[in-house]
Design a protein around this ligand. Sequence first.
Ligand SMILES: C[S@@+](CC[C@H](N)C(=O)[O-])C[C@H]1O[C@@H](n2cnc3c(N)ncnc32)[C@H](O)[C@@H]1O
Length: 238
Amino acid sequence: MSPTPPDKTPDRISGMFDAIAPRYDLLNRVLSAGLDQKWRRRAVDELRITAAGRVLDLCTGTADLALVIARRHTGASVIGVDFSAAMLRFGLAKVRAAHFEPRVRLVRGDATRIPVIDASCEAATIGFGIRNVAEPERALAELARVLEPGARLAILEFGEPRIPGIRRLYSWYFRYLLPAIGRLVSHHQSAYSYLPASVGTFPPPAEFAKTIESHGFVKVQAVPLTFGIVYLYIAVKS
Ligand SMILES: C[S@@+](CC[C@H](N)C(=O)[O-])C[C@H]1O[C@@H](n2cnc3c(N)ncnc32)[C@H](O)[C@@H]1O
């Protein structure tokens, strides 16, 4: 029997991220041993941005991916969209500290109704966000709507390591140690148990790649990073 997916109603998810926002970045760095920023840089490498166009970072949270894009591509403007006001507040403080305003703009909005006009973005990213969206297929359809033909999409999401020994060790860490550290540091009772539960019910890489493809994307690849702990999905808008 497959496990029941956790409750992903928008109010619950945005409330959970509002609550953990103050410790979100710290926990990302600690729980991934600093690898999270390396994964984000790798995703941005795949965007192959050339012009001074607009890049969308969906589910931007505290804007880490948006900041990597802005640093890497000094001609590009970045729009970060997220429905958690608290995550965006911490993101905005970082955008201001980096003097990236107004080139980087953060907007409150839902991934299934992206507040951006059709075919107006030359690339898009989602970092560890799609798994949390209650209707991921609607978000993919929205991404297809806002991207120009030929635009590149890079999605980071957690996966499961493929090598059996590493898989067992990581599974123990992810299911037991990570939620305990998360609870202790964030003072939130369930957010870091929700993390493994939501990863456990996310489709396997090949299946998710097919879902991306069925929403108007071509050349879809699912690239395992760090033994498959994370997958980088790369696609081109047809
Ligand atoms: C795990 S965080 C990732 C944040 C950031 N992209 C990163 O790389 O750290 C997931 C983010 O997705 C946002 N999110 C989840 N579902 C969303 C939706 N339907 N619309 C907009 N944002 C959403 C949450 O508020 C949260 O900030």
